[in-house]
Design a binder for this molecule. Structure first.
Ligand code: HEC
Ligand code: HEC
Ligand code: HEC
Ligand code: HEC
Ligand code: HEC
Ligand code: HEC
Length: 325
């Protein structure tokens, strides 16, 4: 958590002028409250409700990006070619690959799986192997990443074994009722290597859902409809916020990226994105570019790690040729 906050601070310092930050103090202060609250479990749930009822507001910080380098040599050419031919998606992806480093992609059954080893090995235990896909039916993202206080970055959540017995983190569900508890017999359920037969288990899990070409190769938007994971521990429902944004790309000939709030707010809390990752005004987030997304910023906080990866161009740029939309 500390590292992330420092990073965010550095990032924000780099991007924003002081007075812009001042405008956001209100929102930021509230965000800090949430961080504090996540260390105070007894009060947390009530406050979560309050927090969610209080809509985020505040003027957008900053202005549109300064005029970008439009013709970045060969890349521009690749795009022009790509737009003119139906196999564009592929070419763009490959062409893009020469300019952008795509992170290596895990196989479908391991995509989104996380080895947690902040303290386990040092304490003489095997690391914990946690899988996102196997938990997709159990809860929406915000249950873990907002209500239970898991960081959205590997190795950052400060969990010790005692917490689990106190009903925190994994222990909120792994209590012997909702899911297996924490007993001598179950240590190895969590402290384990990737289980054998994992691929087979995944295949069985994935079978009923529509397929995509990347990541887990499951269309999680459709699958979420079917799995219908509980949205919140406090009984809240997703906020009806259906704003769909067309984010015009700053390069000529590049079709806009689309950001639909609906599939996101079905799974996430507003504060998972605002204001730490995105300003709350369309096209006001600075340095909002593919190279940063690929480096794990902005959309790349989730897309490429747990949500479908950046290689799936047309799900975000639906007008790129060969689109399914
Ligand atoms: C059952 C709890 C749980 C749910 C539900 C959950 N996560 Fe996570 N997530 C975790 C844990 C645990 C970690 C690892 C945190 C750590 O190591 O400190 C994690 C880590 C992450 C990371 C960082 C990955 C990395 O490689 O650094 C991202 C991104 C993420 N989650 C996104 C999501 C999204 C998006 C959803 C909803 C589709 C989701 N999570 C649902 C528990 C959960
Ligand atoms: C929101 C509730 C919830 C939280 C939080 C949660 N789990 Fe689970 N988990 C479940 C449920 C429910 C199941 C049973 C799923 C099933 O039977 O399909 C499960 C199943 C599992 C399994 C067996 C399936 C598999 O992936 O092999 C493991 C291992 C596991 N959880 C580990 C963890 C760890 C480690 C954490 C914390 C980092 C955690 N869980 C946090 C609800 C939760
Ligand atoms: C529901 C999943 C789960 C179960 C079951 C579980 N653990 Fe853990 N345990 C975790 C997680 C998550 C961490 C933190 C992992 C990390 O970041 O290194 C952890 C950390 C630890 C640590 C290192 C931290 C510390 O407190 O020293 C020890 C030791 C440990 N567990 C022992 C056990 C033992 C013994 C059992 C069986 C009685 C057990 N665990 C069962 C999830 C689990
Ligand atoms: C997955 C991340 C994410 C989540 C969750 C999210 N938003 Fe957004 N939101 C964005 C992005 C991205 C933008 C556009 C920012 C930009 O273009 O600089 C945006 C913009 C907005 C805007 C400005 C729209 C405009 O036309 O200027 C509002 C208002 C907003 N969000 C409210 C909310 C509310 C309320 C919630 C919770 C119900 C929410 N958002 C949840 C990512 C998110
Ligand atoms: C906090 C995590 C998070 C962030 C940040 C985020 N997303 Fe998502 N997004 C998700 C999850 C989870 C889904 C559900 C699909 C999945 O898991 O693959 C999703 C789904 C989508 C979909 C729906 C695709 C479809 O087939 O209907 C689009 C489009 C999308 N995201 C675009 C974006 C864009 C553009 C950004 C950046 C402006 C962004 N997302 C930022 C988590 C996130
Ligand atoms: C997760 C959503 C997402 C995916 C997947 C995605 N993009 Fe983007 N793309 C964006 C967003 C958001 C922007 C910035 C829009 C803005 O400037 O506000 C963008 C901007 C761009 C730009 C303009 C230049 C720049 O860097 O800002 C190009 C070119 C581009 N995308 C190409 C691609 C290609 C090629 C792929 C597939 C390899 C791809 N995108 C996949 C979301 C996505």
């Amino acid at each position: 958590m500390k590292r992330r906050q420092e990073e965010v601070a550095v990032w924000r310092g780099e991007l924003a002028r002081r007075e812009e930050v001042a405008v956001w103090r209100g929102a930021l202060a509230r965000r800090e409250e949430v961080v504090m609250l996540s260390e105070e479990p007894a009060r947390r749930r009530e406050d979560v409700v309050l927090w969610r009822r209080e809509p985020m507001r505040g003027p957008g910080m900053g202005r549109r990006k300064s005029f970008p380098a439009m013709c970045r040599g060969g890349f521009f050419l690749v795009l022009v070619v790509a737009m003119l031919f139906p196999w564009a998606g592929k070419v763009v992806a490959q062409g893009g690959g020469q300019y952008w480093d795509f992170p290596p992609m895990a196989p479908p059954h391991e995509y989104g799986d996380i080895v947690m080893d902040r303290v386990s090995s040092a304490a003489g235990r095997k690391p914990v192997y946690f899988s996102h896909w196997s938990h997709r039916r159990t809860a929406a993202c915000l249950v873990c990443h907002f209500e239970l206080g898991f960081e959205m970055e590997k190795g950052q959540t400060e969990i010790v074994e005692e917490d689990l017995g106190n009903g925190l983190y994994c222990g909120a569900c792994h209590d012997g009722k909702t899911a297996f508890g924490n007993t001598e017999k179950t240590c190895a359920n969590c402290h384990r290597k990737r289980p054998s037969g994992w691929k087979k288990k995944f295949k069985k899990f994935a079978k009923p859902f529509p397929k995509t070409g990347y990541g887990n190769r499951i269309d999680w938007v459709e699958a979420t409809e079917k799995l219908d994971p509980p949205f919140s521990l406090s009984g809240d429902k997703p906020m009806a916020f259906d704003k769909r944004l067309d984010l015009a790309a700053e390069w000529a000939m590049v079709p806009p990226a689309m950001f639909p709030h609906v599939p996101h707010v079905r799974l996430l809390d507003c504060s998972n994105c605002h204001p730490d990752i995105f300003n709350i005004k369309k096209k006001s987030t600075k340095h909002f570019e593919m190279r940063f997304i690929l480096a794990g910023k902005f959309c790349g906080v989730c897309h490429g790690k747990v949500a479908f990866p950046v290689q799936d161009c047309k799900r975000c740029h639906p007008k790129m040729r060969g689109s399914r939309h």
